[in-house]
Design a protein around this ligand. Structure first.
Ligand code: SF4
Length: 336
C-alpha cells in the first residue's frame, strides 16, 4: 500500500504559567492511501491533539510541537508556512469535528456555506457552486437536498448537521479525512448511519480516514488498523483483528470489556477501568497505566515499558509482553 501520512516521534506540550502538560509523547504512526486508521482512548489521552497537529490547528499561544515530524505525501507539515498550509488544509486533508455546530456558521444557510467553500477552494462561480452544493448534500444522503440548502444549522437535527459538516469536508475530495469523535453527540441509530455513510464515501472516493474515538465499539466494523492511546502515548497498535481478538495491553483489554454487548444482562454493571489517567504535567517514571493496572509488577513503576513486537503489524508497550516477564498471564486471548 502507498504511504500517505507518516508521523514520527511526535511530542506536543501545552504551557501555562503554572505548568507544562506533555499531551503527546513520542507518537509514531502511519496511514496508507485509502485505508482507515482508528485512534482510540479516553478523553485527555492526546488523540484529538494529535489529530489537530496534523492540521496545524493547535492553539498558537499554548500548544507547541516540541519534537518529531509529520510527513504528508512526502511533505513536512510541521515546517510549512501559512500559504502552504492553506493549500493543503481542506484541499488535501478534511476534518470533521465532534460538535457540528462549532464548525457551522449560524448566520448562513447550509447551502450558502457549502457553496462558499466551493467558490473559495474550487474557484466555482455562484451558480455552479450552488448546483454542486446540492449534489454534495445528496451525496451525504439527505432527502430533499434542494430544500435542505435553504435551512440554517439550528433548523436541522444533530445527525443532519453532522452530514452537512461531512459534505463540507468533502468539497475538495481530500486524500485524508480526519473524523474527531464524529458520532459522540448522536444517538445510537444516527451514529450507525453516520459511520455507514463515512465508510461508503471512503470506499467510493478512495480516501483515507483517521477516526478518533473513545469507543472501541465504534471502530469494530469500520477500521483496518487501530492505535490505542493512553496518557499521550500509543500503548498498542495492530490490525482490527489483532486488537479485537488478541489484545495484549491491559488497557486495551479494559476498553474491550467496557463495550456493551447485545447479550449483556442489563441488571449487571458494565466493566469499567477503575481510577483515572495520570496528571500529564508530572510524568510518571515507569508505565503511566501502573496505578490502574491489576497486572502491575515492580518493574512497571521503575522503567518505562519498551515496545514489543507481537507481529509485523502488532506492537505493545507493556512489560507483560517482554519474554523475560515471568509473573501474570503473558498472552490474552478473547474468543467471540
Ligand atoms: Fe500494567 Fe506493567 Fe503493562 Fe503497564 S507495563 S500495563 S503496569 S503490566
Amino acid at each position: 500500500m502507498e504511504l500517505l501520512l507518516d508521523v514520527n516521534n511526535l511530542s506536543i506540550t501545552f504551557k501555562s504559567k503554572e505548568k507544562t502538560v506533555h499531551a503527546v509523547r513520542n507518537v509514531s504512526f502511519h496511514v496508507n492511501k485509502g485505508e482507515v486508521l482508528a485512534i482510540v482512548g479516553e478523553s485527555g489521552c492526546g488523540k484529538s491533539v494529535t489529530a489537530k497537529s496534523i492540521m496545524r490547528l493547535l492553539p498558537e499561544k499554548t500548544g507547541r510541537i516540541m519534537d518529531g515530524s509529520i510527513m504528508f505525501d512526502g511533505k513536512e507539515i510541521t515546517t510549512m508556512n501559512k500559504k502552504e498550509l492553506v493549500k493543503y488544509r481542506g484541499d488535501r486533508i478534511g476534518m470533521v469535528f465532534q460538535d457540528p455546530m462549532s464548525s457551522l456558521n449560524p448566520t448562513m444557510t447550509v447551502g450558502d456555506q457549502i457553496a462558499e467553500g466551493l467558490m473559495i477552494h474550487k474557484g466555482y462561480k455562484k451558480k455552479k457552486a450552488r448546483e454542486k452544493a446540492i449534489e454534495l448534500i445528496r451525496q451525504v444522503r439527505i432527502a430533499n437536498p434542494v430544500h435542505c440548502c435553504t435551512k440554517y444549522p439550528h433548523q436541522l437535527s444533530g445527525g443532519m448537521r453532522q452530514r452537512i459538516v461531512i459534505a463540507m469536508a468533502l468539497i475538495c475530495e481530500p486524500d485524508l479525512l480526519i473524523a474527531d469523535e464524529p458520532t459522540t453527540a448522536l444517538d445510537v441509530t444516527i451514529q450507525a448511519e453516520i459511520l455507514n455513510l463515512l465508510k461508503e464515501l471512503q470506499e467510493k472516493m478512495g480516501m483515507a480516514i483517521i477516526i478518533i474515538t473513545h469507543d472501541l465499539g465504534v471502530v469494530a466494523k469500520f477500521s483496518d488498523r487501530v492505535n490505542v492511546m493512553y496518557a499521550g502515548e500509543i500503548v498498542e497498535r495492530g490490525t482490527l483483528r489483532e486488537i479485537f481478538y488478541h489484545p495484549q495491553h491491559p488497557y486495551t483489554l479494559g476498553l474491550l470489556k467496557s463495550i456493551p454487548k447485545l447479550d449483556h444482562d442489563f441488571c449487571e454493571k458494565l466493566a469499567v477501568i477503575e481510577g483515572s489517567p495520570p496528571d500529564l504535567s508530572i510524568l510518571p517514571k515507569g508505565c503511566a497505566f501502573s496505578e490502574r493496572c491489576s497486572h502491575a509488577m515492580d518493574v512497571c513503576d521503575q522503567y518505562h515499558p519498551e515496545q514489543f513486537d507481537q507481529s509485523s503489524t502488532h506492537q505493545v508497550s507493556c512489560w507483560l509482553t517482554d519474554s523475560r516477564a515471568s509473573r501474570a498471564p503473558r498472552v490474552y486471548s478473547i474468543t467471540h
